[in-house]
Ligand binder design. Sequence first.
Ligand SMILES: [Zn+2]
Length: 165
Amino acid sequence: MTSAFDDLMTANRAFADSFALAGFDGVAHAGVAVVTCMDSRIDPLRMLGLRPGDAKIFRNPGGRVTQAALEALVLGVHLLGVERILVVPHTRCAMATNTVAELRARVSESSGQDASWQFFGVIEDQQAALREDVRILRSHPLIPDRVAIGGFMYDVDTGLLHEEV
Ligand SMILES: [Zn+2]
């Protein structure tokens, strides 16, 4: 019997053969949390010189500070050793280059179904959205002032982060 996941399960067995992360706690050892986009061009640990165990990573389309991201960050700050939060949207993000109407039309075409009800968190102005997300974090009552919060744009063509806020 074959499954769509066979190659991944084979890779997992090789991973487990040399598994070195056993006994790790769930703390972010570099004290870092990253909110970034789901985009496959982004490698959040390696772009910051981090390794597994170092950071909490929260991803969604666009890399936005959503309610779910806030849930993760509040837990990270209070229970999991997070002292620095990076919000990292990126260049050429689909969420910033399509309108809701365009995304709905593309999904409708792909699915053959009406997608007009589906929420898509498109971003009209990435700089403004990043400033707003950083402002939300800096003013959040459950994220204390000792936590460093920064907004950075990741350039998918150079690999460089640019500090924006
Ligand atoms: Zn993106």
